[in-house]
Design a protein around this ligand. Structure first.
Ligand code: CP3
Length: 340
């Protein structure tokens, strides 16, 4: 029998919908915190296949979600291009910023495969042990990866990256093209290693006006999707253009993905109107409703299920699980969906 997540991504409405949660492997789980403390360094976790494979499967062992998402992180593809990467304690990724053609010229596709090879090995190990669930690989979408590469760290507005796109669109386009090419190497390797679905996280897509959104979000994603259709036609893609708002429909039609993840702020009924019916929707419970649990979580979950019933839908959060989430609430959520 075909796995439910794959049925939904082929355009079928499955009831109750399959469920998994963004950041389902992470700091809210004591078993993750224990491994993290032992390894010391987050990047070491991402690049050690035995550890990353075990962490990927931790939430499935506890809660039996319908999919596992590869445990890794978004700027691994920049590391593959030769940009140094480290994690400051309690912060996100820190990279030496790309601000000029000289900085860009120092990056190269030559060593991507060698550098990301441990991640492919993680995928192989998870694929061998995943059982009936679906294995989802991922990368950062080009615009969001470019945001980190140019800014050099997380930011409220990624002003340096967005200013580069206005002041020197050719340079920014060269960077985006390079990330598209690196992502193709990275994603194809994940698919060859056993990833059954691939997801592209465009966390900062929603900062862009419509013209820039088309140029830096939809177009590069469409290039990746078209190339993946050629080489891996049976591996569906889920795009997550976070905070796309009114651009969601254009993204769904133009990006060439089989599923669109919707963020917490999106009304699911409005998303269902904007997105063509054959494209699956994934989402979009507020991660804080999951922290609250109980009646607020039940009510919010019910609303999403009802709004998307009859549509191909994969239940998920509208953004990643936050560290203060009580693990029992995750168990209760999975039960709630299964009993719908
Ligand atoms: O969902 C999963 O469990 C799979 C693994 C995964 C991580 N990051 C692990 C992680 C995935 C899919 C990501 C994606 C990611 N990473 C995104 C896109 C989704 C989103 O949240 O918008 C982004 C923007 C990043 C970049 C990133 N990595 C930031 C901003 C941070 C710091 C903030 C935070 O949440 O910790 C990270 C670190 C990170 N990535 C951790 C984990 C488990 C925590 C590291 C630790 O253990 O200290």
């Amino acid at each position: 029998m075909t796995k439910t997540v794959l049925r939904v991504l082929s355009g079928e409405a499955v009831w109750p919908p399959p469920v998994w949660l963004m950041r389902q492997a992470g700091r809210y789980l004591p078993e993750y915190r224990a491994m993290r403390a032992e390894a010391g360094d987050f990047l070491k976790l991402c690049l050690t296949p035995s550890l990353a494979a075990d962490i990927t499967l931790q939430p499935l062992r506890r809660f039996g979600m319908d999919a596992a998402i590869l445990f890794s992180d978004l700027p691994i593809v920049s590391l593959g291009l030769g940009q140094a990467l480290r994690y400051a304690e309690g912060e996100g990724p820190v990279l030496p910023p790309i601000r000029s053609a000289t900085d860009l010229d120092a990056l190269s596709l030559d060593r991507v495969a060698e550098i990301v090879a441990p991640v492919w090995e993680t995928v192989r190990r998870v694929a061998a042990n995943i059982g009936p669930a679906t294995l989802i690989g991922f990368s950062g979408a080009p615009f969001t990866v470019a945001c980190y590469m140019v800014e050099g760290h997380g930011s409220r507005d990624f002003a340096a990256a967005r200013l580069m796109a206005y002041r020197d669109p050719e340079l920014f386009a060269r960077l985006i093209d390079l990330i598209v090419a690196a992502n193709l190497i990275y994603l194809r390797g994940q698919a060859d290693a056993g990833a059954e679905v691939l997801m592209l996280f465009d966390s900062w897509a929603g900062m862009l006006p419509p013209g820039e959104f088309r140029r830096w979000v939809i177009e590069p994603t469409a290039q990746i999707a078209a190339a993946m259709r050629q080489s891996h036609p049976h591996v569906p893609l889920i795009g997550f253009p976070r905070l796309a708002g009114a651009m969601l429909g254009e993204y769904a039609i133009g990006a060439g993905v089989q599923g669109v993840a919707i963020d917490t702020a999106m009304n699911p009924a409005a998303a269902a109107d904007m997105v063509p019916p054959g494209i699956a929707l994934q989402g979009n419970l507020d991660p804080l409703a999951l922290v609250a649990g109980g009646a607020p979580m039940h009510t919010a979950t019910r609303k999403i299920l009802d709004a998307l019933r009859g549509r191909p839908h994969i239940f998920n959060l509208g953004h990643g699980i936050v560290p203060q989430t009580p693990p029992e609430h995750v168990g209760a959520l999975v039960e709630l969906i299964r009993a719908a």
